[in-house]
Design a protein around this ligand. Structure first.
Ligand SMILES: C[S@@+](CC[C@H](N)C(=O)[O-])C[C@H]1O[C@@H](n2cnc3c(N)ncnc32)[C@H](O)[C@@H]1O
Length: 265
């Protein structure tokens, strides 16, 4: 029998996300996500890099990455509906329906692995991160952009009762998992700090509000202790050229909610 989170995710994204690609072009939080992720990935990778967009949905980030660089992007998602929408973009030519815990690619196929709002859809990201490690070439980079939960900071990583296909995670915990999978951590930071306050009063901030709060965050995040409280966590890591610890050699099996936080400065 399939694990419940996979069943729920497939069913939800197959049934409710037929307009996802369109929504990604108009919803302010999605547009803001593009502004965060696309330049980050493009500026970190070399020309002609091949990136795997894992649980990449309808391909909004991928479409912009391929248009602003010579990078090519291969998409993987558990939902057929999402994969069909990716294929609407003539520049996204390789798209596969697959589970992120079993990527149908040979080892060492990619220079980059991208996760956006993806890892918090599995109870433990470690098996997926090991798969990303496997399909990356030595020196390849992993990019993770996920919700950073304040409640998970206080109470620990846990399923979200009101959204049973998702899990509350923190950026520090994710960075720890990424390290356990065999990556060296290059960068851990958060975005969307002061918009947390705005969100208490409205759930639909305009892109202008996102930009205004970005400017406020530039000042706030120099205050010690505030820099890792943003609503979105970003982690970048590298698969070492000569890995000290092989991901394959690590113990197998899911260990939900175990793991160490990477120490955040
Ligand atoms: C919130 S969406 C994010 C999509 C995309 N990364 C983006 O930012 O637009 C989460 C995606 O994860 C996919 N997903 C959930 N569990 C998965 C799994 N086990 N394997 C592959 N994809 C999965 C869903 O189908 C959905 O497209």
């Amino acid at each position: 029998m399939e694990r419940r989170d996979k069943e729920l995710n497939r069913a939800h994204y197959d049934a409710h996300a037929a307009d996802d690609r369109v929504r990604a072009q108009v919803e302010p939080n999605r547009l803001h996500s593009l502004e965060i992720v696309v330049p980050w990935v493009v500026s970190s990778l070399g020309a002609n890099a091949r990136v795997i967009d894992i649980a990449g949905g309808s391909g909004a980030h991928a479409s912009q990455i391929v248009r602003s660089s010579s990078i090519s992007v291969v998409g993987v998602d558990i939902s057929e509906t999402m994969i069909r929408q990716r294929a609407e973009d003539p520049l996204l030519t390789e798209n596969v329906v697959a589970d992120m815990e079993a990527l149908p690619f040979v080892s060492g196929s990619f220079e980059g692995a991208l996760f956006v709002a993806a890892l918090h859809h599995v109870p433990d990201p470690l098996p997926t991160l090991r798969e990303a490690w496997r399909v990356l070439r030595p020196g390849g980079q992993i990019f993770v952009c996920e919700p950073n939960s304040l409640r998970a900071r206080r109470q620990g990583v846990a399923p979200i009762v009101e959204h049973p296909k998702e899990f509350r995670v923190t950026v520090g915990w994710l960075a720890g998992r990424i390290q356990e999978a065999g990556f060296e951590i290059d960068e851990v930071r958060t975005k969307r700090l002061s918009i947390r306050v705005v969100d208490l009063f409205t759930q639909s901030s305009s892109l202008g509000i996102f930009h205004l709060t970005d400017r406020i965050d530039r000042v706030l995040t120099v205050v010690p202790g505030l820099s890792h409280l943003g609503g979105v966590g970003l982690v970048r890591g590298t698969k070492p050229a000569q890995p000290a610890v092989s991901s394959d050699a690590q113990e197998d099996g899911a260990r939900p909610f175990a793991g160490q936080n990477v120490k955040l400065t």
